[in-house]
Write a protein of this length. Sequence first.
Length: 198
Amino acid sequence: MPQSTREITSDDIIPDAEFRLHRAERRASRLPIKRLRRVALGPDCTFYFESFDTMLFQVQEMLLVEGGGPAQISGELAAYNPLIPQGEELVATVMFEIENATRRAQFLAGLGSIERNFYLQTGDQRSLGTPEDDSARTREDGKTSAVHFLRFGMTKQQIATFQEPSAHVMIGCADPRYAHMAVLGPAVRIELARDFRP
């Protein structure tokens, strides 16, 4: 796929039988990159920064698991293509990961609209995350979802700062109910910088 395209097409999809043969090998080869794209924010939240490769693998997984064949492809592309960064942004799946179901329900019940408070900070400039579907994932009863899809739009100056080795870059949550920050290390930033236009 040319980097300028930044979307998965049906031409990128391999048949389920071929994917099944190489699934474990493909997953193993992507683990080092997935680790760099995974950033913990506090004790209960994780950012998974998405890319063309992560979304292509996810589409292939969904096709294999659900077995819908060619008729399923268009639906999967419609669901996952919007999560591919388009050159002047980072896109993340943000998950609250709490194993205990009771604690998870109580925790999420008290975090309504938190999805509007995540940010990416480059130097002294802050980009507030925008929910992918431009709508909140908070129910009328105030309970938020465990999964959020956010994009962080960046100016050319922010991208240049992000790529400076000495710059301070972090993710955070400005909501006092979950006030945490995490610095992005050099290896993480080198990997994520691949999402920007050349």
